[in-house]
Design a binder for this molecule. Structure first.
Ligand code: HEM
Length: 530
């Protein structure tokens, strides 16, 4: 009998078991290392982590090779995700003074129960995970559940009263005025700007030395920011103003407190959270630069020049009484579009490329689709609808890694979810991450299976798929994001193989969007080496 290095009897592992080992173990060890650091924070972390990891490695053959896989395991792959943990272990981490990453902090109950109450903080927190209740929150009763005070106080120095944060009549008014900007006709007219940004990026990738390692996430943030810059301001990101905004945004997101579990639990609904000076400073910088761009634009317009971009749409927008947006309002909306529009798309695309790099079958399906639909021609706007498999893979990767993992709301009055009382001012968390992984609404919920978005009989239950939110406040840019993602996927996949350097070390963490723990180091390997 074959024996492992620690003496446990093992048999020859099958391919799917190796795959499982490959993914699960480093993940668990990564978790274990973090876990140890949280628990024994005053002791030598590395010593304890090393001891625990070595114990874990000793168990690995027993744990994995000797567990017969279920039939679905043999076919579908489980991409990296936190293992399910008990409520107790999370409570312990918080009590020991460490706030774990929100994704890692979600206990098993959150994945399986319809509503979970978190009894630890200053105010009641409820995590909702049922499509029916989510539909109620976002549609029928949305007036009673406006955006959370924590989200508003964090983002308002940057976004003012822009459409992402405004409420009531003001929101209705602004959203109506913005509608024309997102009409398909305008998107089609803006498509060449997207294409220019993507081509510039591809030329840069082409010029990189062979085997050069780059961060996939950073690259995608750069190209999606460039796309947004061109469609918002008709300027590429190489300009000084664009670069200044891009870097200030990155720093702003880094200092944003709203995704810190301890801050959420300690927040007080009757007063705003104090914000860091850096956050306020960066917000001021970004708004100042956008204002300069707007002033320059207005000067050039009075000189007779014409433009076709979002800034122009906002300048030209009129409500039913003929009123226009003020300069401050235009700055608010432009900041919203930039914040909401580039980081989210970059996060979704990074996961999509990563998943494809680990799933050669789907990679080759997408390459064949490219060959069939595009041949040697560049991607055109009309190709978007035809790329059925590419769009399905993108949708599946947003199911597994929704860029916005948590949407937060505040209960304005007492309410009931079933028999559960929701006190006034409760903090409500609706999580695409959780509802997308609920076993009652998804078969093989934690497995990668894009075919679920191709076969009609597997269509998701309404309210169980919400990467773009739900109801009237759902994302206005969903169409732009999907068009841009399909374009980038097609254009990259026909030229490059995106090769991760240490795929086994990639793990999701919750930042402003769902990111990886390591930026995903990759090489862009050309199909036709020069
Ligand atoms: C994959 C990419 C994207 C994802 C996953 C995404 C996700 C979301 C989500 C979940 C919301 C709802 C937030 C809530 O209810 O609290 C939202 C709102 C919004 N998004 Fe996106 N978004 C994406 C791309 C974009 C793009 C490209 C734009 C604009 C160019 C955009 C503009 C907006 C705006 C303006 C809102 C506020 C809508 C309102 O409250 O009326 N988003 N987005």
């Amino acid at each position: 009998m074959l024996r492992c290095g620690h003496g446990f009897p093992i048999r020859q592992p099958r391919l799917d078991e190796v795959q499982k080992l490959y993914w699960l173990l480093p993940g668990h060890c990564f978790m274990l290392r973090n876990e140890c650091s949280y628990i024994f924070r005053n002791l030598s972390k590395s010593r304890i982590a090393t001891a625990c990891c070595s114990w874990f490695f000793k168990q690995r053959d027993r744990l994995l090779f000797m567990t017969p896989p279920t039939p679905t395991d043999a076919v579908l792959w489980r991409p990296p995700a936190p293992p399910l943990r008990s409520n107790l272990s999370i409570g312990f981490q918080i009590l020991t003074g460490r706030s774990p990453d929100l994704l890692f902090a979600l206990p098993r109950d959150c994945y399986t129960k319809d509503v979970v109450s978190v009894p630890l903080g200053r105010r009641p927190v409820f995590i909702v995970n049922h499509p029916e209740t989510l539909r109620r929150l976002f549609t029928d009763d949305r007036e009673s559940y406006p955006k959370s005070d924590l989200m508003i106080s964090t983002l308002s120095p940057l976004l003012g009263n822009g459409v992402l944060l405004s409420a009531g009549k003001r929101w209705e008014h602004d959203r109506k005025m913005l509608e024309p900007a997102f009409m398909q006709m305008r998107l089609e007219a803006m498509f060449p700007k997207m294409l220019d940004a993507v081509n510039t990026w591809i030329n840069r990738l082409d010029s990189l030395p062979k085997n050069h390692i780059v961060s996939l996430e950073h690259e995608l943030s750069w190209v999606t920011a460039d796309v947004m810059f061109r469609i918002l301001f008709s300027q590429p990101i190489e300009g000084d103003a664009a670069k200044a905004i891009f870097h200030a945004f990155t720093s702003f997101q880094h200092h944003s407190p709203q995704f810190n579990l301890r801050v959420v639990l300690a927040s007080n609904p009757s007063r705003d959270e104090p914000l860091s000076a850096v956050l306020k400073e960066e917000a001021k910088k970004i708004r100042g630069t956008i204002e300069e761009l707007l002033i320059q634009r207005k000067k050039r317009l009075s000189g007779g020049e014409t433009f076709f971009d979002f800034t122009q749409v906002l300048i030209d927008a009129r409500d039913s009484e003929g009123n226009t947006f003020s300069n401050t309002e235009i700055i608010d909306q432009l900041a919203v579009f930039f914040l909401a529009g580039h980081e989210t798309t970059a996060s979704a695309l990074a996961w999509c490329f990563f998943l494809l790099s680990q799933q050669p079958v789907w990679l080759s399906k997408l390459q064949s689709e490219n060959d069939q639909q595009l041949g040697d021609k560049p991607f055109a706007f009309s190709n978007f609808r035809q790329m059925q498999k590419t769009r399905a893979v993108f949708r599946e990767s947003m199911r597994l890694y929704p860029p916005v993992a948590f949407l937060t709301r505040r209960a304005m009055q007492e309410d009931y979810f079933g028999k559960l009382r929701i006190p006034k001012d409760s903090f409500i968390v609706a999580s695409p991450w959780l509802v997308h992984r609920h076993n009652a609404f998804w078969s093989n919920a934690d497995r990668f299976d894009p075919s679920r978005f191709i076969e009609q009989e597997n269509a998701p239950v309404t309210g169980s798929y919400m990467p773009f939110g739900l109801g009237p406040r759902a994302c206005t840019g969903a169409m732009i994001a999907q068009l841009e993602a399909t374009l980038i996927l097609s254009e990259i996949l026909r030229r490059f193989y995106v090769k991760p350097i240490h795929p086994e070390q990639v793990f999701p963490v919750s930042r402003v969007s769902v990111r990886s723990n390591c930026g995903i180091p990759v090489c862009f390997v050309r199909h036709d080496p020069r």
